[in-house]
Write a protein that binds this ligand. Structure first.
Ligand SMILES: [Fe+2]
Length: 563
């Protein structure tokens, strides 16, 4: 795809607000539904460059900056040590390597007063190594957004907009209303009620969106009705990667939405927020970009309850979900600690401890979720697995306890990744002891035997392998994204993994089936308590969902071609 043409329309050269306010609402029919096209999206921008770990909590960001700096300064020496091993000049298991790393780190820190101010390290009299940095439970690396960028993938244009008086939260709330379910009259009322200073910013945003052809109008809003007609009670619909939609009677619960606007990464129409029914609640499992995606969350209505891991489960460090979600505009943020439930009529969603995918043993609070709905249970296990020390939901009796309390778990959704990495290359390396940087840590190491034991303990009838892509619209440069487009790269990455499909044989003795899922597979209960997989067929294909209310997209009409 061609690069975006950066057409600049700034606050300064945008037309005057008062003039716009009186006119812009007359651009559309009062009772028509107005929303962002699915090939457009918004990204917030901050005044300052984000630090290494935005919204990371439990430590002063200045301390993190020093730790990051020390790690960065050590990196070339570490790379040389790794090269020596590959060149057969140094042994793989060198008993002195740890000591040399620690001493080099201490020498570096002691030589720089600004690092010494935050990091206490050095060799003690008894030969042990001291390495400490101060914690501060109340501090997190919050960010304040002061502007946004709008993208139109069909015209390949982008526009910047700086907020004058509005907060990011007010902009986020308004963007959430542009999901195609509100009429022009309703949107005008929302803008007028937003407060004197904010009206001008929202109006400028709307005018920019109109100028850059980001807004579609429709005479009806039928997405939700269509989804209700295309799915059944207690269906789970895979939306790609780790995103799942659970149908609970007449409502839907959404898990880990990482959705793509059309043509954002790949030249295919994709499942985007405005093509989904409005969820009754959104559940986030853990602090990885492919599970907490601000771009997707920005497109969603902000009065939806959003459930995240709780700071109550922290040991030292945590991800500050409330700060991020409030900055995006969410007004109903719920931190759900392990064992706590989100109730609904007929059942609840239970917060379940998440282990592993933690190469540096940072131990941030993370959640899996059990959906317990009228006697039928579904486990959203995501990337959880054994920690470096071997602790897991199995060793801690978590799965046994769930089965005792709620009964057998019909369907288990889990990743099959088998990643191990040198800690020095892990995201949070600088927060871990330098002497361990050339040790290997798990980064989601889910062997077939672990997953078979998980399914057995859950008394599962179907194991669903997910969260490694499963749709053609995800970027393929990410290491965990396997698709039919990149078989050779996948072969390189997974050369030493157990074959994922070999899990099938390990599951068979306990009567559990295996399915690698692709987007728009539907997991449906069978009368005997099992799970069958049905395809949504064309009814839920992204282009067909768009056509429901809008007909063909304008760029198809122009070019006369069809997907
Ligand atoms: Fe993850």
């Amino acid at each position: 795809m061609r690069p975006y043409v950066n057409s600049v329309l700034t606050a300064e050269n945008a037309p005057s607000n008062l003039h716009l306010m009186s006119n812009i609402w007359n651009s559309w029919g009062r009772d028509h539904y107005l929303g962002l096209y699915p090939w457009t999206w918004i990204q917030f921008e901050s005044a300052d460059l984000p630090g290494p770990y935005p919204f990371f909590g439990g430590v002063d960001p200045e301390v993190v900056a020093s730790l990051q700096k020390a790690h960065h300064l050590m990196q070339s020496a570490i790379d040389t040590a790794i090269s020596d091993v590959f060149a057969h000049r140094g042994p793989l298991d060198d008993p002195d390597r740890r000591r040399r790393l620690e001493d080099a780190y201490a020498e570096l820190v002691q030589s720089r007063p600004h690092l010494r101010a935050h990091i206490r390290c050095g060799r003690r009299q008894d030969g042990t190594f001291q390495w400490e940095y101060p914690l501060d439970p109340g501090k997190s690396a919050t960010m304040t957004y002061i502007g946004l960028r709008g993208f139109n993938a069909a015209t390949q244009q982008v526009f910047p907009l700086r907020f004058n008086s509005a907060t990011a939260a007010a902009m986020g709330k308004f963007l959430g209303l542009l999901d195609g379910t509100h009429t022009v009259t309703e949107l005008q009322t929302a803008v007028e009620k937003s407060g004197p200073g904010i009206v001008g910013d929202l109006t400028r945003l709307l005018e920019n969106l109109k100028s850059y052809d980001c807004l579609g109008v429709a005479q009806r809003s039928s997405i939700c009705t269509h989804w209700l007609g295309s799915t059944q009670d207690r269906d789970v619909i895979h939306l790609g990667h780790a995103a799942l939609l659970y149908r609970q009677q007449g409502q839907f619960f959404l898990f880990d939405p990482w959705l793509m606007p059309w043509f954002a990464e790949m030249p295919v129409p994709s499942l985007w927020g405005s093509l989904l029914p409005r969820p009754a609640a959104i559940f986030l499992t853990h602090d990885h970009d492919d599970h907490v995606d601000p771009r997707t969350l920005l497109s969603m209505a902000k009065d939806i309850p959003i459930i995240a891991p709780s700071r109550k489960n922290r040991r030292k460090l945590y991800y500050d979900y409330p700060a991020l979600l409030r900055e995006l505009g969410f007004t109903r943020v719920i931190e759900l600690a392990h064992g706590e439930t989100f109730p609904f009529e007929g059942g609840s969603i239970v917060s379940v401890p998440f282990f592993g995918e933690d190469p540096c043993d940072i131990e941030m609070p993370r959640n899996c979720y059990l959906i317990a709905d009228r006697g039928r249970n579904t486990l959203v296990h995501v990337d959880s697995g054994p920690t470096n020390a071997g602790r897991s939901a199995l060793t801690e009796g978590v799965i046994d306890d769930l089965v005792k309390q709620y009964g057998p778990i019909a369907t288990v959704f889990a990743s099959q990744q088998q990643l191990q990495e040198l800690r020095t290359y892990a995201v949070h390396a600088c927060l871990s002891p330098p002497g361990q940087w050339l040790e290997v840590g798990e980064d989601g190491f889910l062997t077939n035997s672990y997953l078979a034991q998980l399914a057995s303990a859950a008394k599962a009838r179907l194991f669903v392998s997910y969260a490694t892509g499963g749709a053609d619209w995800y970027p393929d440069h990410l290491s965990f994204m396997f698709s039919r487009r990149n078989p050779a790269r996948t072969a390189l990455l997974t050369a030493h993994w157990e074959r994922p499909e070999a899990l099938k044989e390990k599951l068979a003795p306990t009567g559990c089936g295996y399915h690698y899922t692709r987007a728009l597979d539907i997991f449906r209960p069978t009368p005997d308590g099992g799970t069958t997989v049905v395809s949504a067929g064309e009814t839920l294909f992204p282009l067909n969902l768009y056509r429901l209310d809008h007909g063909d997209p304008p760029f198809l009409k122009r070019k006369g071609d069809r997907f």
